[in-house]
Design a binder for this molecule. Sequence first.
Ligand SMILES: Cc1cc2nc3c(=O)[nH]c(=O)nc-3n(C[C@H](O)[C@H](O)[C@H](O)COP(=O)(O)O)c2cc1C
Length: 357
Amino acid sequence: MKIGNLDIGKKAILAPMAEVTDAPFRQICREHGAGLTFTQMVSAKGVVENAFATLKVLAFSQSEKPIGVQLLGSDPEYIAKAIHELHSFKPDLIDLNCGCSVPNVCRIGLGASILDKPDLLEKLVKTMVKAAGKIPVSVKIRVGGDRQHVTLMRNAKIIEDNGASLITVHARFRSDSYKQEADWSWIGKVKEAVSIPVVGNGSLFEPEECLRMMNQTGCDSVFIARGALGNPFIFSRLNAMLSTGKDPGKPKIDEVASAALRHLSLLIKDSGQLQGVKKARKHMIWYFRSFKGISSFIEKIYSLEEAPLVEEYISEHADKIKKNVYPEEDLSSISQSFKDRVLFWMNEKQTQEVAKQ
Ligand SMILES: Cc1cc2nc3c(=O)[nH]c(=O)nc-3n(C[C@H](O)[C@H](O)[C@H](O)COP(=O)(O)O)c2cc1C
């Protein structure tokens, strides 16, 4: 897939995820073959005002390229000023978030609430394209507010007609929770209707599903979100399938443990021991969620604060999994509850904080 001068082939993209797609996670996913990664969403207002919290989540190094920045905003003036600031960071793509369905984000006219406002969407895309100059612009949208309000096709045309280089379709409605399955057929409809590249998104957990989405809808690439949590292997497995037609299969426990330990060490390097260990907990749980012993792992990992103890425990846990010492657990229902309650570590207040960044 070509976006401006950037060609990522059919490689998958790490979707923007607030509180998740920080530099260490992006690095891990890139090392496993992600074609492009995104920062967490940042508020346009925060960028313009040089808010510390915003700049912290926006920061990336040039070695991270290709990388996209996702903006959350609805005021064209702020969006233009924010993009002006972004030029010095040299991102490869600037995305507008019209997909976030968190009530506190939509209530203040941001994210997926823009889906209902075609005139505003037009103005925002036009403004972004002008301000971004040579940097390509993309927009991430959903199918519509709810099943009675499908705005997808109209919005896709607005996005294309006003000069954006890429559309990402999250094939759910704003009213949907993760319990509603994504309906990929919408992605195919957009692909038929526009000539700019279309990226498909929604419920991709296995590399085989990524290929199936590409084949069924004709989309040019895929955004992987929850499917990458604790599972950067999805990128390498997909790349292997694209080049050899064969899936190397799920990683063995040694490979999972070594990715988890590397991820932990990158987080500690990035944030220091105390914050690094805190940030690592949810990731470590995701790495081990499909192995027996996950219930005792969750309990223990929250009690450890020192990095060497966490490292030691992870190696010990992996060893026990290998030796098959843990009792049987209903892993499929655990895995389902991680999919449904993916923000399990955040409370409502923290979710609001994320939207403000
Ligand atoms: C923890 C988390 C944070 C997210 N943050 C963002 C975000 O900042 N911007 C955005 O456009 N989407 C965000 N999303 C939505 C994902 O990018 C993606 O569209 C959605 O999860 C659907 O893909 P999936 O079904 O494969 O998970 C987030 C999702 C999760 C799980």
